[in-house]
Design a protein around this ligand. Structure first.
Ligand code: FES
Length: 129
């Protein structure tokens, strides 16, 4: 399913995202903290984000891999309904409109997605606890 190449890298099998659109979440443990992320597939594109709403420090899906609005056209925070564009992470509706999800660098191979948590994301998450 996933494997850590280093303390801040996650590998996701593309076959987990066979539907269009679809998402899968993942987490890494760094310095004793669990840091969460997710990948969304739309069409042939894959986009990785830190799983942290820009309104309040909660996961978008409230930990059940439910990242979409009702018609699956947007990502939606399950807490207060903030709507984010899948391709950009920009919040276009809700209490944090204009803010942006933290994008995670993603490398694509034929069968895998390799996602990295940058140092500043790790530092922010550790500080926020
Ligand atoms: S916590 Fe996500 S919209 Fe409020």
């Amino acid at each position: 399913m996933k494997a850590n190449l280093s303390e801040a890298t996650v590998v996701v099998a593309k076959k987990k995202l066979s539907s269009d659109p679809s998402t899968t979440d993942f987490s890494v443990k760094i310095k004793g903290k669990i840091i969460k992320g997710f990948v969304v597939r739309r069409g042939s594109g894959f986009y990785a984000y830190q799983n942290l709403c820009r309104h309040l420090p909660v996961t978008l899906d409230l930990n059940d891999n439910s990242f979409f609005n009702h018609d699956k056209t947007m990502l939606q925070c399950q807490m207060h309904g903030a709507l984010y564009e899948m391709e950009s992470g920009l919040c276009v509706g809700g209490p944090c409109e204009g803010a942006r999800l933290r994008s995670l660098p993603l490398q694509e191979t034929d069968s895998q997605l390799i996602i990295t948590f940058p140092e500043d994301v790790v530092a922010e998450e550790v500080l926020d606890g």
